[in-house]
Design a protein around this ligand. Structure first.
Ligand SMILES: [Zn+2]
Ligand SMILES: [Zn+2]
Length: 317
């Protein structure tokens, strides 16, 4: 086994074969029946009854095709899903193959960091965008599975999107591709290739599937412990409001390049701007504490090219 590749695979299934195996209504019905079963493993006869196929030989033929990659047989007890089988069912539930919902643009909390205009969420091609109606500035443009739209109000969709974006970026910054699990590298860039109207931005790139995740430098600081602590000391819970209401997370006006080789970038975070606005607009976000007990201040955070914090200073105004 080479150092560069730890994968050894004698019984891997070729992609075309894997897709052809599940490209059958009956086999999808088998996977769904197993998924929905209260108890697994499920016996042959019970499974056949649930799927509604009379011909036992034919049913057996389909089961054989799904074994061993998507389901496995546990001796006399019956059949259970394997991880690949669960993934197929989840992809169907997420609507990745079968849903192309249309969503009318809807207003979300906050205002444009560039011009102060109203912000709307738009949905197209499984991507949700947070966009200014006045100047068109994008405050986010990230994947959101169609399944995430089901059973949620608009406010709940906005909130789920906020949480999802935060988690995608945490994973990417930790070197794991949220799409394929491959290794992700992180770099700061200064050009106009980002879809987010940023001059200085972070580009997480997967070495395996070439998935890119772009953000402001500020967004990468949202879960940085010193930044979280400094906000909390000023009465601000960073998790209690959508990231796009925090200007330093969506605009690079708060970002200053101190050096490009090696990278040293400073993000200046005004605490007062956060505490002054009213976050409780009925969207289910608790109020941010503020007021006289928590004087406004400024956080200066400097990061290197790997987004590691090299310096942080909190200044009370
Ligand atoms: Zn705007
Ligand atoms: Zn990937």
């Amino acid at each position: 086994m080479s150092e560069a590749n730890i994968q050894e695979c004698d019984d891997c299934v070729a992609p075309a074969e894997a897709f052809s195996v599940v490209a059958s209504e009956t086999r999808l019905a088998i996977l769904e029946a197993l998924w929905e079963a209260d108890d697994r493993p499920v016996r042959f006869s019970e499974l056949r009854r649930t799927v509604g196929m009379r011909d036992s030989a034919q049913f057996n033929y389909h089961l054989d095709k799904l074994t061993p990659h998507f389901i496995h047989q546990e001796d006399e007890d019956g059949y259970d899903l394997r991880h690949a089988g669960k993934k197929v069912v989840r992809a169907v539930l997420a609507g990745e193959f079968n849903e192309t919902p249309t969503v009318e643009p809807f207003e979300v909390q906050g205002s444009c960091a560039d011009c102060g205009g109203d912000l709307f969420a738009t949905y197209a091609d499984e991507m949700l965008s947070i966009e200014c109606v006045d100047c068109g500035s994008l405050h986010g443009h990230y994947s959101f599975p169609p399944g995430g739209l089901a059973d949620r109000t608009r406010e709940e969709v906005a909130r789920a999107f906020d949480q999802r974006v935060r988690h995608l970026h945490c994973l990417a910054a930790d070197g794991v591709c949220p799409e394929c699990g491959g290794p992700m590298s992180t770099r700061i860039r200064r050009d106009d290739a980002s879809p987010l109207d940023l001059d200085v931005y972070v580009d997480h790139t997967c070495g395996r599937c070439d998935h890119h995740l772009f953000s402001s430098v500020g967004l990468s600081l949202l879960d940085q412990s010193d930044v979280v602590t400094a906000h909390r000391a000023h009465g601000v819970d960073l998790n209690s409001r959508p990231y796009w209401t925090l200007q330093w997370c969506v605009s690079d006006d708060h970002t200053e390049v101190l050096s490009a080789d090696p990278w040293r970038v400073r993000v200046t975070i005004p605490l007062s701007a956060v505490a002054e606005s009213d976050p409780d607009d009925g969207a289910g976000y608790p109020s941010v504490l503020g007021g006289d007990d928590h004087p406004p201040g400024t956080i200066h955070v400097t990061v290197d090219g790997d987004l590691q914090v090299t310096d942080i200073a909190v200044e009370d105004d």
